[in-house]
Design a protein around this ligand. Structure first.
Ligand SMILES: [Zn+2]
Ligand SMILES: [Zn+2]
Length: 731
């Protein structure tokens, strides 16, 4: 029989036909010969005949497929939509860390050998390795694997948080002393507390606390309920009729509450929910809340977990145990055996688009997964994507937007002010009331630019077309693209005047200004790229409890803005978040403004801007989203931009600018099935010493255009080309 095999782990989409004497399962792993090398691949389809002479599959790795037919379809579909290699996509469904947990069995070839199938380590308890080797060599026994044959990863349960083990009313019978009664009572309201906090509050030792967990009164947990506002968690009734719907407005917690009945139904049917969030810390937070709302197993899945932990979640999914999976984009690749519902939170976030190979858009992948598994799909967001207003019928879109929050727009003078005096006043008022403030600044350094006040020169990175930023802590000049770093200086390299000054708004500078105006407040900068979810969670708990008054964050993350203690949110440099202009600029600006104004109805919101018109921002705040997106769709249609076509960005990176230009020109001139814009120099032409060109293709036949590109690149030097289909912004 002939099979198509996709080669694993390689950048190119390599699919070749091989022969096998066995009936293979689609999706199963095999070893094949590729140009004289033994490589791993996946069986992705049966083939009727082949004109060429084909090689034989060398080895079946598992003897069956771990990948479901629906997930195999999903991988192929993603490959056809995003120009990503099928082999690399399938690697995400069956990550190599799983191999460690696959049990190997010794199976007798005939009944005469005198033993039954058993795990290899059990076999070796009674017989020597030598004997096993002989049996295998003579063909009396073979090593096999089974679909359900797994070792369960051993993971020390972390004892970070404590919760009640069961319903408080049932617990009061188990409680023996006044102290125990008090702890249960406390946790009845707090729901979750840090372990140290309980030890401190009640003056007990960890051993005493452990006795309570042994008696099943308390249990340790890894997730905290970081928003101790349980009053607001009363379930609201909301009937979502269709199997495809979107809900926009308000904050992530409110949205989770609203769909909680739908989730409940899925759990009652013994099935699982895949709930995606753009940030791991948001997934953790939502999991913490779900912990309270639902009596169900809950798992968290994201790329930063240890392999053992990831394997545990993967095996839970694979085993079909009913579970709520809270995951980042990588969660669409979980092999959830009894999937009952797919939820995507904050679909407008750029983080759903993976821009390193294999490229994919997890929101589109989740949508496709839901249809392949024939389960409902719910999209939750503060604004959603313009595209969704076409995808979801009007009857399936629910507007739960909050009415006009308190919003100010402050026009700043260029390069002079970092914080307006109105913002200072409002900050003082906010802190005075015992509330906390969140300031959003795109740059984490002291200042994003260094300028000579004598000649006007702007210091640039020697490798990139990017201005150097000034880092106040390290007293250094840095390039955020290539990592170039040099000591700070005061003499201008152009005119020699001692007149170099840092300009623009950076988090460190803001911190310094705040210390001057409000000397007593505690300020903390969070750089979300550097922080893993746990330390972020700690910071958020400190903020919520009042130990930190002002958070400066480099990205407007909804779940930080929605913390109940937030009384003020300020975007310090709105212009900095708008990126380079492209066809989606208006959509991104609307999404940004809506996110800021929807997540926290009690906070004052301030936008500081240099170049954006005040009325434009206020219109985005007050107008119905439906209307804003409708007029954006009219504009897109008239100019033929997505969703009325597909857009492919091709970037070429070359060491020699002339050769690079020649290569991309050549490619552009040969494309027939798409309208070509460019090629031109990329707005960031030189990065890390390399030169970049890009072009945009508009196509109405995506798969055909991608096939054309693939064909053309076969004859060109493929290295250096990067292809992005419908990226959230031009990269
Ligand atoms: Zn100068
Ligand atoms: Zn650089």
């Amino acid at each position: 029989m002939l099979y198509d095999v996709a080669i694993a782990g390689v950048s190119a989409n390599l699919v070749f036909t091989y022969d096998s004497e066995f009936e293979l399962e689609l999706g199963e792993r095999v070893v094949v010969d590729l140009n004289g090398r033994k490589v791993k691949g996946y069986v992705i389809g049966k083939v009727e005949f082949s004109r060429k002479k084909v090689k034989t599959i060398l080895e079946r790795i598992d003897g069956f497929s771990f990948i479901t037919p629906a997930d195999l379809e999903l991988a192929k579909w993603l490959s056809s939509q995003y120009f990503s290699p099928v082999g690399k996509l399938l690697d995400l469904f069956l990550p190599s860390y799983i191999d460690k947990y696959l049990e190997t069995y010794v199976e007798p070839a005939t009944a005469l050998v005198g033993f039954n199938r058993m795990k290899i380590n059990e076999f070796l308890q009674s017989k020597s390795e030598d004997e096993l080797r002989k049996l295998l060599k003579k063909g009396y026994a073979k090593l096999t694997k089974y679909r359900e044959g797994f070792k369960i990863p051993r993971i020390a349960t972390e004892k970070r948080f404590v919760t009640l083990a069961e319903n408080p009313s049932d617990l009061f019978d188990k409680v023996k002393s006044q102290l125990e009664y008090e702890i249960v009572n406390y946790l009845m309201y707090a729901k979750t507390a840090k372990t140290e906090q309980i030890l401190e509050t009640f003056g007990i030792t960890i051993r005493e606390l452990q006795k309570l967990t042994d008696r099943n009164i308390l249990r340790f947990s890894e997730i905290a309920f970081s928003v101790p506002d349980h009053e607001s968690l009363h379930l609201e009734k909301f009937q979502l009729p269709a199997d495809r719907c979107m809900l926009y407005g308000a904050d992530d917690l409110t949205r989770l509450k609203i769909i909680s009945e739908e989730i409940q139904k899925v759990i009652q049917n013994g099935r699982s929910v895949l709930y995606l969030a753009p940030y791991s810390s948001q997934a953790v937070k939502l999991a913490g809340v779900a912990n309270i709302l639902f009596e169900s197993k809950i798992a968290i899945f994201h790329a930063d977990l240890t392999n053992a932990r990831k394997a545990l979640v993967w095996l839970t999914a694979y085993s079909g145990q009913p579970c709520l999976f809270f995951a980042t984009r990588i969660g669409v690749f979980l092999p959830i055996a009894n999937l009952g519902l797919v939820v995507v939170e904050s679909e407008e976030e750029g983080g759903y688009y993976q821009s390193v190979e294999p490229v994919y858009d997890a929101v589109e992948a989740a949508w496709k997964k839901a249809s392949l598994y024939q389960v409902p799909f719910i999209s939750l967001s503060s604004s959603g994507r313009v595209k969704s207003f076409v995808k979801f019928e009007k009857a399936n879109r629910y507007d739960i937007s909050l009415e006009n929050p308190k919003v100010f727009v402050e026009q700043l003078q260029e390069r002079k002010q970092a914080i307006s005096s109105r913002l200072i006043d409002l900050l003082k008022e906010c802190v005075h009331k015992g509330k906390g403030a969140v300031l959003i600044s795109k740059r984490k350094n002291y200042a994003p630019h260094v300028v000579c006040f004598a000649c006007g020169a702007l210091l640039k990175c020697p490798n990139c077309d990017i201005s150097l930023s000034y880092d106040g802590t390290g007293k250094a000049l840095k390039c955020h693209q290539c990592g170039w770093k040099e000591p700070a200086k005061s003499i201008c390299p152009v005119c020699g005047a001692p007149a170099l000054y840092p300009v623009g708004i950076g988090a460190q500078r803001v911190e310094k200004i705040l210390k001057y105006h409000l000397p007593d407040v505690n300020v903390q900068i969070i750089d979300l790229e550097e922080l893993e979810s746990k330390s972020l969670l700690d910071t958020l708990i400190k903020f919520q409890s009042g130990t930190i008054d002002v958070l400066i964050i480099t990205q407007p993350v909804a779940h930080v803005l929605s913390l109940p203690r937030v009384g003020l949110v300020a975007v310090l440099d709105f212009d900095g978040f708008l990126n380079q202009p492209d066809y989606a600029s208006i959509e991104r600006t609307i999404q940004f403004v809506r996110k800021m104004t929807q997540v926290n109805k009690d906070a004052v919101i301030i936008f500081q801007t240099q170049n954006v018109n005040k009325d434009v921002i206020l219109n985005f705040v007050k107008e119905k989203l439906e209307k804003l997106f409708e007029s954006e769709l009219i504009r897109r249609k008239s100019q033929e931009y997505p969703p009325f076509c597909d857009l492919i960005q091709i970037i070429l990176e070359a060491s020699d600018p002339n050769i690079g230009w020649e290569m991309i020109q050549n490619l552009a001139s040969r494309i027939r099935s798409a309208e070509t814009l460019g090629p031109v120099e990329h707005p960031l032409f030189r990065i890390g010493g390399k030169y970049r060109y890009h072009m945009i293709l508009k196509t109405k036949q995506l798969e055909q255009t991608l096939a054309e590109i693939s064909e053309l690149l076969k004859f060109a030097d493929k290295r250096g080309f990067k292809i992005f289909v419908n990226p959230p912004k031009l990269l």
